[in-house]
Design a protein around this ligand. Structure first.
Ligand SMILES: [Zn+2]
Ligand SMILES: [Zn+2]
Length: 294
């Protein structure tokens, strides 16, 4: 995503169209655009050198389900991530509404504990959501602010490492399990691509796009057709919500093949927030946070 300059142009073009539609608050769209633009800069300035002693799983084990490198073992460029963290924190401090107050609280917590940002990055790598939920009690009006900051600022560095790691894996392979072959995390959204509508999953941590089987639940491996349902709403053309009645999970699927629109999963996830609310109201769950950490 960040290795292609076209994604940035596409983000800005689609954001302008979205702003006219009144689906999402303008402040949220502006924040997303600011964050995405600065993620690009951070991606280009992050070091993505793989440490010599990095232990990767053998490819045959990855094909049978072991991640190439568990997310908790991912190296990352701390300085570049820290810089982006403070750029985003400053932006939030200059915004209005509850998130401004949360940003000010986070800044004063960093003054008390200068290691807080490093700890937040490590907890994010370890997928320790408990840490962020407890911290969120200090910023009750926007409890996911620290998670948003940590995730958004470390992601470009992780993406640079992922681009290198991906070279070790077979390309155009159809994976037979739902988790990401690179890092082992769960996907946050899926898309149908190409003439035959190949199903691709998009990793919630390293953003790898990997092909997966069409009629299998990526969360519980259910294969019985009768267990799957989906719904669409006319306000969100090109999106559908796939649900699995066995594990009660749902996943949004992007299918822009009939539309004059290019998909960009990180923005597609934000654009279709209403569908998450609808799916939850129907009693279905999503095992991952949004692509933005909230
Ligand atoms: Zn991944
Ligand atoms: Zn399932």
């Amino acid at each position: 995503m960040y290795n292609n300059e076209k994604s940035l142009k596409l983000f800005q073009k689609r954001k302008d169209i979205l702003a006219k539609k009144d689906i999402l608050p303008q402040e949220l769209l502006d924040l997303a655009e600011f964050a995405f633009k600065n993620q690009f800069k951070a991606f280009n300035s992050s070091s993505s050198v793989l440490p010599q002693d990095l232990k990767l799983a053998p490819v045959n084990e990855v094909i049978s389900g072991k991640p190439l490198l568990a997310r908790s073992s991912f190296p990352y460029d701390f300085e570049a991530s820290l810089k982006l963290f403070h750029i985003l924190l400053d932006y939030l401090k200059n915004s209005s509404g509850p998130i401004k107050a949360s940003a000010e609280i986070i800044e004063s917590e960093i003054k008390k504990d200068p290691e807080l940002v490093r700890v937040a990055f490590e907890k994010y790598l370890e997928a320790d959501d408990h840490f962020f939920r407890i911290f969120g009690e200090k910023t009750p009006e926007s409890p996911r602010t620290l998670n948003f900051l940590a995730q958004t600022s470390i992601t470009p560095s992780i993406a640079g490492i992922t681009d290198k790691l991906n070279l070790a894996l077979p390309q155009n392979h159809t994976w037979t399990f739902g988790h990401c072959p690179v890092c082992g995390s769960l996907p946050y959204i899926s898309s149908l691509q190409g003439k035959e509508g190949a199903r691709h999953l998009h990793c919630s941590f390293c953003h790898t796009d990997y092909r997966f089987l069409r009629m299998v639940c990526p969360f519980c491996d259910e294969k019985k057709e009768a267990c799957f349902e989906y719904f669409t709403v006319k306000e969100h053309p090109g999106f559908r919500v796939d649900v699995c009645k066995t594990c009660n999970m749902y996943m949004k699927t992007i299918d822009f093949r009939q539309l004059d629109k290019k998909n960009l999963p990180i923005l597609d996830d934000l654009e279709s927030l209403t569908l998450d609310i609808m799916a939850r109201n129907e009693g279905y769950n999503r095992p991952t946070l949004s692509a933005w950490g909230f």
